[in-house]
Design a protein around this ligand. Structure first.
Ligand code: SF4
Ligand code: SF4
Length: 181
């Protein structure tokens, strides 16, 4: 329910805070209640220069408990450059709030196609940007082994990643089929 004095929906705001990525000793998403809608974030946003995405509006919707924000493409248009995070005069950790909204959206099964593809790479290769033949060539040209010591080339690490993914049911969330991997 919206508090008419502050224009915020505490229940939804708390849900966003709880869905934030944990940072030891810091409650990174809580400060978003201090937003006073100045629009500095929107004015700083490189994504908003090319699309109809408006950062300030997303923060407002989050504060007011407009849960449709979780179904919108807008929250996936942020490129996590952290410019708004740096510039917000109220010290709102804007990028973290957007990431938290994405966590909630993903739990509902809403995830942008490009982000799903990135997640698939992590499942298959342990990295969002896996090493490829060009990487191997480049490493060899400077006298390194073709395979870097990364999860992609470690059966043990890949097993651990895939166990975590299955435990969290993240594979089901993004529709990953282990049979056809
Ligand atoms: Fe709110 Fe900060 Fe964006 Fe201003 S810059 S609208 S205070 S989040
Ligand atoms: Fe825009 Fe996201 Fe960068 Fe903030 S972090 S300025 S919302 S692209």
């Amino acid at each position: 329910m919206i508090n008419m004095e502050t224009g915020t929906d505490k229940k939804f705001a708390d849900k966003i805070i709880a869905a934030g990525d944990p940072v030891p000793g810091e409650d990174v998403t809580a400060s978003f209640k201090a937003c006073y809608q100045c629009g500095t974030c929107t004015g700083s946003c490189p994504s908003g220069r090319r699309t109809a995405y408006r950062t300030r509006k997303v923060i407002r919707q989050a504060l007011m408990g407009v849960e449709e924000v979780l179904d919108s493409d807008d929250i996936w248009k942020c490129v996590t450059c952290y410019t708004c995070f740096e510039r917000c005069p109220r010290d709102v950790k804007v990028t973290e709030v957007i990431k938290s909204l994405r966590n909630l959206a993903a739990q509902k099964g809403n995830m942008a196609k490009a982000h799903k593809m990135t997640a698939l790479y992590v499942l298959k290769a342990g990295h969002a940007v896996p090493a490829n033949a060009d990487t191997a060539k480049l490493r060899k040209s400077i006298g390194l082994s073709e395979k870097a010591p990364i999860a992609q080339f470690s059966e043990k690490d890949m097993n651990e990643i895939q166990t975590l993914v299955k435990g969290l049911k993240f594979d089901e969330l993004i529709g990953f089929d282990w049979e056809t991997k």
